[in-house]
Design a protein around this ligand. Structure first.
Ligand code: SF4
Length: 381
C-alpha cells in the first residue's frame, strides 16, 4: 500500500488580514453549508473508481490537514462530517496525523471537544506575534493574551501536539519584540513552531502601505538576523530546525508538511487545493464561486522527469535533512553531482552547501539564499 496525504481547504475567515493573499473570504457565512456540501460531493467522487483506479485499493491515509482560511471559524460539526467522509477515500493509518488550523480568537471548548471526537490530534494556531500593537497592524482578530488562552483550552481538551505560526520581518518590528515573541511562544511549551518572514504580496493592504512609505519592512540583513535569532533561541529551548521555517521538539515534526517536501502523494479537496497524485499535478479553482459551480481539477499536468528533478531539488533543499543522493540516482539514473561538480565545489567552498551521510544539504547560510543556489544548480540540469 502507498501512503497518501489529504488536504482540505476551508476558505472562510472572520476578517481579511492586511498581508493575506490566500484563498480566503470573509462575510460568506451563508455559503458555509453549500461549500461543505460541495466538498462532500468531491469526496464521494474520490471514494469511487477514478482514472487513478480505486484510491482505497492503492493507498492508506497518513495525514489529513484541514487548512484555510480559518477552519476553526465554521461550525465544528461540518469539520467532523468531512473527516468522517474522508475515511471513504482510503483507510486511515492507525496513527494518522490529523491537523486543524485555527485562529486563537475563534476557539471554544465545545469546538475543541468535537475536533477531538473526530480524531483531530494536532492543532496549528496562527499566533503570528505576541505584541498587541503588531497584531493590530497585521489586522489579526485576536490579542496576545488570547493565544495563551487558546493553548490552555486546547490542552484541557487533550491536545498534546500544538503548533504556533509566528511572523517576523514585520514593519516596525524590532529585534527585541521578535525575541519577546519567541520567548512567549517557548513559555507556552508548544511542541512545534513555524517562523515565517513576512512576504509583502501585491494587491494587499500591506503592499499599499509599503508602497506609500507608511510601512517600512526590514532589509535583508535584518531579516536574516531575525531568522538566526529564532534558530538560536529555539535550539536552546529544545526545538530542532528541520525545515527552513519549521522547528519541532523531537518526534513532533509535521508529517503532513514532510510529505510536501518529500514529494509524496497528496490529494487536495476544496477550493484552491492542490494535488500531486500518481505523477499528476492539478488544482481546484482559487475562486470560491468557481468551486461552488463545480470547477475541479484544473491544469492537470503529467510531470516530466525534468519537472520532477527540479521539484525534488527545490523541495528537499528546504529541509535540514537535504537531498537523498542515492534516491536521486535511483529515480533519475544519474548521480546528482555529475555535470555539477564546478557549481557544487564553489558552493561548498563558500560554505553554502555540504555533503555527508549520503545527503546534500544547505548550511544555515545556504538556506538564506536557497532560491539562488537551487536556480544555479538547476541551470546545469
Ligand atoms: S486568518 Fe489567515 S487566511 Fe484568514 S485572512 Fe488572516 S492570514 Fe488570511
Amino acid at each position: 500500500m502507498k501512503l497518501l496525504s489529504l488536504y482540505l481547504h476551508v476558505p472562510f475567515c472572520a476578517k481579511k488580514c492586511a498581508y493575506c493573499d490566500f484563498a480566503s473570504y470573509h462575510g460568506r457565512g451563508t455559503d458555509w453549508r453549500r461549500y461543505f456540501d460541495e466538498i462532500a460531493t468531491e469526496i464521494r467522487l474520490w471514494s469511487k473508481e477514478t482514472d487513478f483506479g480505486l484510491i482505497s485499493e492503492t493507498y492508506r491515509v497518513r495525514s489529513l490537514f484541514i487548512g484555510g482560511g480559518t477552519p476553526t471559524l465554521v461550525d465544528a460539526n461540518h469539520i467532523e462530517k468531512m473527516i468522517d467522509a474522508c475515511r471513504g477515500i482510503a483507510p486511515f493509518e492507525d496513527d494518522v496525523e490529523i491537523t486543524i488550523e485555527g485562529n486563537p480568537g475563534t476557539l471554544t471548548p465545545e469546538k475543541l471537544a468535537i475536533y477531538r471526537r473526530a480524531g483531530v490530534n494536532r492543532l496549528s494556531l496562527g499566533a503570528q506575534s505576541f505584541d498587541d500593537g503588531l497584531l493590530q497592524s497585521l489586522g489579526r482578530i485576536h490579542t496576545a493574551a488570547q493565544i495563551g488562552q487558546a493553548v490552555g483550552m486546547a490542552r484541557d481538551a487533550g491536545f498534546d501536539n500544538i503548533n504556533l505560526d509566528l511572523m517576523y520581518a514585520l514593519p516596525e518590528q524590532g529585534m527585541d519584540q521578535w525575541r519577546d515573541t519567541l520567548d512567549a511562544a517557548i513559555d507556552l511549551g508548544v511542541e512545534h513552531l513555524s517562523a515565517y518572514s513576512l512576504i509583502v504580496e501585491p494587491g494587499t493592504p500591506m503592499a499599499a502601505r509599503v508602497a506609500s512609505g507608511t510601512a517600512i519592512v526590514p532589509d535583508d540583513d535584518a531579516v536574516n538576523a531575525m531568522q538566526r535569532a529564532a534558530i538560536d533561541r529555539l535550539t536552546v529551548a529544545g526545538y530542532r530546525r528541520y525545515e527552513i521555517s519549521n522547528y519541532a521538539k523531537p518526534g513532533y515534526e509535521c508529517r503532513h508538511n514532510l510529505v510536501y517536501w518529500n514529494r509524496g502523494d497528496y490529494l487536495g479537496l476544496g477550493c484552491a487545493a492542490h494535488s500531486l497524485l500518481g505523477g499528476h499535478r492539478f488544482h481546484n479553482p482559487d475562486a470560491l464561486d468557481e468551486y461552488l459551480s463545480g470547477g475541479r481539477r484544473l491544469d492537470d499536468t503529467v510531470l516530466t522527469p525534468q519537472d520532477a528533478m527540479e521539484e525534488t531539488l527545490m523541495l528537499s533543499t528546504r529541509t535540514v535533512r537535504g537531498l537523498d543522493l542515492a534516491a536521486w540516482e535511483r529515480a533519475y539514473g544519474t548521480p546528482f553531482a555529475r555535470g555539477r561538480e564546478r557549481a557544487l565545489n564553489a558552493f561548498e567552498r563558500a560554505g553554502l552547501v555540504e555533503t555527508g551521510g549520503g545527503f546534500l544539504r544547505l548550511t544555515t547560510r545556504g538556506m538564506e539564499v536557497q532560491d539562488a543556489v537551487v536556480l544555479e544548480l538547476m541551470g546545469e540540469m
